[in-house]
Ligand binder design. Structure first.
Ligand code: HEC
Length: 150
């Protein structure tokens, strides 16, 4: 228990995308990961194969879901609204983690140390958005494109 608590405390320093940037040159330690935690999160997504180049149709599909279900709480910059801004999310999280967070939100908030740290920081619980797996994959493509153009 004590370890988990420490882990959450440390992770919360990096939460919500405000204080950290992808090229963080401050003297913060890298995010500690529990030995059993592979950083991919909790859920059925174990392995994601990325497209190179990105798939335009998938990006458009992801954008449509974002506009509909996510934009009220998440901006595409690093500005926090209710949840963290999405800028750089594909750099700070593994693709599997992102998809598990989108499709398995409740379990992630209960069991995943990185998600729990975000919850501590944001003080609001992300509601389960009922996003289908293929839609979540499209959102990931949209995030990758968003990070490419920043
Ligand atoms: C009612 C507000 C709300 C909505 C709507 C919402 N989220 Fe969230 N989201 C949050 C909060 C708050 C967090 C931080 C974790 C927590 O506190 O539960 C979060 C965290 C996340 C994270 C982790 C971000 C990071 O920096 O690691 C991802 C990815 C994410 N949400 C994706 C989505 C997607 C995709 C949608 C739309 C399908 C969505 N969210 C809809 C509130 C929301």
């Amino acid at each position: 228990m004590k370890n988990i608590f420490l882990c959450i405390l440390t992770l919360s320093l990096l939460a919500c995308g405000e204080k950290s940037t992808e090229n963080n040159t401050s003297n913060q330690e890298p995010t500690p990961v529990k030995p059993a935690d592979n950083g991919k999160g909790v859920g059925e997504i174990k392995e994601v194969t990325l497209n190179d180049p990105l798939n335009e149709e998938m990006i458009a599909g992801g954008q449509a879901i974002y506009d509909l279900k996510c934009s009220a709480c998440h901006k595409l910059t690093n500005q926090r609204v209710v949840g963290p801004g999405f800028a750089g999310v594909t750099k700070r999280r593994k693709p599997e983690w992102i998809m598990n967070m989108i499709t398995n939100t409740d379990a992630m908030l209960e069991k995943d140390p990185q998600a729990q740290a975000l919850l501590e920081e944001c003080l609001t619980r992300m509601p389960n958005q009922n996003v289908a797996l293929n839609d979540a994959r499209n959102i990931l493509e949209f995030f990758l494109n968003n990070d490419k153009s920043q």
